[in-house]
Design a protein around this ligand. Structure first.
Ligand code: ATP
Ligand code: MG
Length: 461
């Protein structure tokens, strides 16, 4: 950080430093001890006092505040951390609030009846308030002796339950902008890793050396792309280079964790941009290899438009609070391969349904080796594909039967996007739109489950 470019502030922060070290010289503090995590180190603590940052308690959820205050009143250190702090500093409404504390999971559990300890490899406490879940993590530390046993041959962290000090916790987080702590004790923001500067520079900087931090948890590369897309941030050069170097490690991430992360990518509200970044950083081949192969092989413009349009539509739905399904996303991402292979297997349009069913099953079987897609979603994708030829049938009883199908709404959206980009006749979308209006009273058996409180999974799988 250089000292002479500090006079524009983030949300009212006034920078007075000229020594190139900190945000607020008055509160600049040498850490009690130099904390080291291999290459990463937290040398300085920059304290941005309550009147020098824009975070107000009004923008923090009541549930998060309750958790912070109860921990604090019980004598524990309690801070908001992660996306909540980052997003509030950027004037974005946070998706959720994460709390970090020096209380152990058992102590947190004792304080909150509505809580449960989750995760074996990374133990956390989930505190539930209705549908809202506050995730509470105990500050992590680094134990040199146990480190070897806690990683696999690739350096991937298998277990991370060594507790430590807040400054150790900071350098074990992924990006500097995710390692800012809002301390409920005095409402100051604590910055151990230069995250405030990176917020101002709008860039994602990995904490520590990419050669250690990506292999420890390759999912951090996907997180980099997600945050870059969502926040419209750049990725700092070494963090960006590291993605090309270590992208192949995504192949060792368990498929169940890949499912969670891929859904976060495509349901982030910035899926269209995420897709561009996945291509730019050459990561698509570890997620959806059949799509990557199709893209290498002279892809048709209309199919490219289809993917783009489907992701733009998904973003619009997410950003306006409409429901979205992983089944639809996988139907979109695998459609180029399914469409191409079914067409080369069967040229007769009237026999297309069995061809789509057969190809769909084969492609899905290959896909689930990389990402374990729960059956209800993989089945939904296959039903969406197999129902596409049925939209051509607009005579007799067939349209009503299709309308009653559980997957109709998603299949209809899919068909309309196809018709928009010229993969299906234009008039079909209009016809089906009008047909639905005429039969608005049709009841469809409920297939999707009732929404459950959000489960969250993170870090080392
Ligand atoms: P959002 O919730 O908006 O998606 P977030 O940054 O809060 O973004 P979470 O998954 O909620 O992401 O995680 C909370 C915080 O935990 C992160 O900000 C980061 O500090 C830390 N964290 C999460 N996953 C990892 C990881 N794989 N490696 C290191 N730190 C992580
Ligand atoms: Mg979060």
């Amino acid at each position: 950080m250089t000292g002479n470019r500090r006079n524009q502030g983030i949300q009212g922060i006034k920078y007075s430093c000229t020594d190139g070290k900190c945000y607020d010289c008055a509160q600049y503090a040498e850490l009690p001890k130099r904390v080291k995590h291999r290459e990463a180190s937290a040398d300085h603590l920059n304290v941005i006092s309550r009147n020098k940052h824009g975070i107000s308690r009004k923008s923090i959820s009541d549930s998060a505040l309750k958790v912070l205050y109860r921990l604090s009143k019980s004598g524990h250190r309690a801070c908001l951390v992660g996306g909540g702090v980052r997003d509030l500093l950027l004037d974005i409404h946070p998706k959720d609030f994460d709390v970090a504390t020096d209380a152990t999971p058992e102590q947190v559990r004792e304080l909150f009846k509505n809580s449960r300890i989750i995760g074996r490899r990374f133990r956390l406490v989930h505190i539930r308030f209705g549908r809202d879940i506050i995730e509470v993590a105990t500050f992590r530390g680094y134990d040199e002796d146990s480190a070897k046993n806690e990683t696999d041959d690739h350096g991937r962290i298998l277990r991370d339950n060594t507790f430590g000090e807040i400054e150790e916790d900071a350098i074990r987080r992924d990006f500097t902008v995710n390692a800012l702590y809002y301390d409920i004790h005095d409402y100051a923001v604590l910055d151990y890793v230069g995250g405030m500067q990176d917020i101002e520079d709008r860039q994602l900087r990995l904490i520590g050396d990419p050669a250690t931090r990506y292999p420890e948890d390759p999912v951090r590369m996907l997180r980099a792309l997600r945050f870059a897309a969502k926040l419209n941030f750049g990725i700092e050069e070494s963090a960006a280079q590291g993605i090309f170097e270590f992208g192949h490690l995504l192949a060792v991430v368990p498929p169940a964790r890949m499912f969670d992360e891929v859904i976060k990518l495509f349901h982030s509200g910035s899926a269209a941009r995420v897709f561009e970044l996945l291509r730019e950083y050459d990561l698509l081949k570890y997620l959806v290899p059949e799509l990557d192969e199709w893209l290498q092989d002279d892809p048709s413009e209309s199919m490219l438009d289809f993917i783009d349009q489907a992701l733009v539509n998904t973003d619009a739905r997410v950003n306006t609070g409409q429901p979205v399904s992983p089944g639809f996303i996988f139907a979109v991402l695998l459609w180029p391969a399914v469409h191409q292979q079914a067409n080369s297997m069967q040229s007769d349009r009237h026999k297309m349904i069995p061809a789509l069913m057969q190809v769909g099953e084969t492609i899905m079987k290959r896909q689930v080796r990389h990402i374990s897609i729960p059956r209800r979603f993989s089945q939904m994708a296959r039903d969406i594909w197999a129902s596409q030829p049925r939209f051509h049938r607009t005579q007799g009883k067939q349209p009503l039967r299709l309308l009653e199908n559980t997957v109709f709404r998603a299949a209809y959206d899919f068909m309309c996007i196809q018709s928009m980009v010229g993969l299906m006749p234009h008039k079909l979308c209009r016809w089906w739109t009008e047909f639905q209006v005429e039969h608005a009273d049709i009841e469809r058996p409920e297939r999707t489950r009732k929404p459950r409180p959000r489960r969250r999974r993170r870090r080392a799988s």
